[in-house]
Design a protein around this ligand. Structure first.
Ligand code: G3P
Length: 253
């Protein structure tokens, strides 16, 4: 079973920063999950929210740019922001990473990448741009080994279908619940995995997904009871803010 650090090890460092990616390794994760969004000039930056308000100093630095949408800022502007102080003064000066920088850090730490593509509006270029960015480093191409080094996931299933069909070297996953009867079969035509919320998962659901050749990762699994529950259901991966807790439970399971 694969342990995935949610937004990096986000219980221990500011989410989606390079520090959180490095912390993921120290906390026993196999992969780190990171959220990516496109800037005004079409670059991918690592950011969960649609705006820069919660996790950066954009409101102080650019007071006139309310509501501070990521999509309204250029990469150069975002690279001047600070994304660690909101979490703790210990992380002051932490930048907003680009997808490329985050992937380099994960590679250097021997971790896999679970890239969540956030798509605000229908964007016909999103899949192609993502594939182009991932193709820059052959390290992230699909391997014949059992564990993919990189998976792209999204709540936007249309974009995942475009990516999965158009760029088969990139394994994709759909976030949410594909129905057991027909949904799993349809999703299996283009995706390698399904990623439902942990409260929706059951043992029969995991079995059904496996029947269609789909691996199951579940999120966001933080408490001991939740971790025990998903391990009992037989999921293939657990996405958690506390990868160390998941690794400990696996050791005794
Ligand atoms: O990895 C799945 C999980 O990240 C989905 O929810 O809101 O954290 O993107 P969210």
């Amino acid at each position: 079973m694969i342990v995935v650090a949610h937004r990096g090890a986000s219980a221990y460092a500011p989410e989606n920063t390079l520090s959180a990616m490095c912390e993921a390794r120290r906390r026993g994760a196999d992969m780190a999950e990171l959220d990516v969004r496109q800037t005004a000039d079409g670059e991918f930056v690592v950011m969960h929210d649609p705006t820069l308000r919660r996790t950066t100093d954009a409101p102080e630095r650019f007071p006139e740019r309310r509501p501070w949408r990521v999509a309204d800022f250029t990469l150069a502007e975002i690279q001047t922001l600070e994304a660690g102080s909101w979490y703790s003064p210990e992380f002051a000066g932490e930048p907003v990473p680009t997808l490329r920088e985050a992937l380099q850090t994960l590679k250097a730490n021997g971790l896999g990448a679970l890239v969540e593509l956030k798509v605000d509006r229908k964007d016909p270029l999103a899949a192609r741009r993502m594939a182009r960015c991932l193709a820059e480093d052959p390290h992230w191409n699909r391997t014949s080994g059992e564990r993919p080094r990189l998976i792209v996931q999204s709540f936007d299933w249309v974009t995942m279908r475009e990516l999965g069909r158009g760029f088969p070297e990139t394994p994709v996953a759909v976030l949410g619940m594909a129905r057991r009867r027909y949904g799993l079969r349809r999703v299996a035509r283009y995706a390698a995995q399904v990623h439902p919320h942990y409260l929706r998962v059951s043992e029969p659901y995991v079995r059904a997904a496996h029947t269609h050749g789909l691996a199951v990762f579940s999120w966001t699994v933080n408490t001991a009871a939740a971790i025990r529950r998903v391990i009992g259901n037989g999921v293939d991966g657990v996405i958690s803010d506390y990868p160390d807790r998941v690794a400990e439970h696996m050791a005794v399971a």
